[in-house]
Design a binder for this molecule. Structure first.
Ligand SMILES: Nc1ncnc2c1ncn2[C@@H]1O[C@H](COP(=O)(O)OP(=O)(O)O)[C@@H](O)[C@H]1O
Ligand SMILES: [Mg+2]
Length: 223
């Protein structure tokens, strides 16, 4: 049976782009050749609703709960799924800790806005020992806000993805049609940005497989 990578998209603050990044990274993984599954743990079921508007069975999407998650993942593995993206609700929901426990990496989307970045320590508290990567999302053209946010996040002892996702309306327009930016604007900047973030994540997953290596990389990044 093949190895199955599991990533969870988690943020204590709502509206930071969890569902958007979860679906975009899942489609990117699917296009990279993975048999991909999205697990929607959010009672709001935004990912599930997206799939109902979608004219395509890939990636597969299922709804689950914190207690059912281990079963759902075991079944996915039996069905040769090799890449799982878990979308989670905001707040300290039981789904968040279940997702963090199951995943090898947690992606934390964060907009360069104070209510988002000041909530990162709370998000990290809910992650337990999961390895985490902050991905800056909704970054406006004026980069000063991004740089101000990074200065604060640098104090939080978490890795920050060096690649960002810009503020682009194509994300919400694509979601309305049950698509991601891959299908909505195949040659657009949003798609390229998602591709770059995905490649960075895959590089991290390959090079930092253990918690010990993660902590040492974190230590190097903060020097
Ligand atoms: N990079 C982006 N640029 C523009 N709009 C975005 C971006 N990322 C997310 N959005 C929009 O922001 C809103 C909240 O995103 P969503 O993924 O639902 O967040 P969450 O799941 O964290 O609540 C949605 O309307 C979504 O289309
Ligand atoms: Mg959501």
């Amino acid at each position: 049976m093949e190895h199955m990578d599991i990533i969870a998209v988690i943020a204590h603050k709502g509206g930071t782009g969890k569902t958007t990044l979860a679906l975009s990274l899942a489609v990117e993984a699917q296009l990279a050749g993975h048999n991909t599954l999205v697990v929607d743990l959010d009672p709001q079921t935004s990912a599930l609703n997206w799939s109902a508007r979608r004219n395509n069975d890939c990636p597969a999407i299922i709804e689950s709960t914190a207690s059912d998650l281990p079963n759902a993942l075991a079944k996915a593995k039996q069905n040769d799924v090799d890449f799982v993206v878990i979308d989670t609700p905001a707040g300290a929901h039981p789904a968040t800790s279940a997702a963090a426990k199951a995943a090898s990496w947690a992606i934390i989307p964060c907009r360069p806005q104070v209510y988002d970045f000041e909530s990162i320590p709370l998000t990290l508290q809910n992650l337990g020992l999961a390895k985490a990567l902050v991905v800056m999302n909704n970054v406006p053209l004026r980069r000063s806000r991004y740089h101000d946010a990074i200065k604060v996040i640098n104090n939080f002892n978490v890795l920050i993805c060096p690649y960002t996702v810009g503020y682009r309306l194509s994300f919400s327009d694509a979601a309305f049609c049950g698509q991601t930016v891959h299908e909505f604007q195949p040659r657009g900047k949003a798609r390229r940005e998602i591709g770059t973030v995905y490649k960075h994540l895959v590089m991290l997953m390959k090079s930092i497989d253990s918690r010990r290596k993660y902590l040492s990389m974190l230590h190097d990044a903060q020097r």
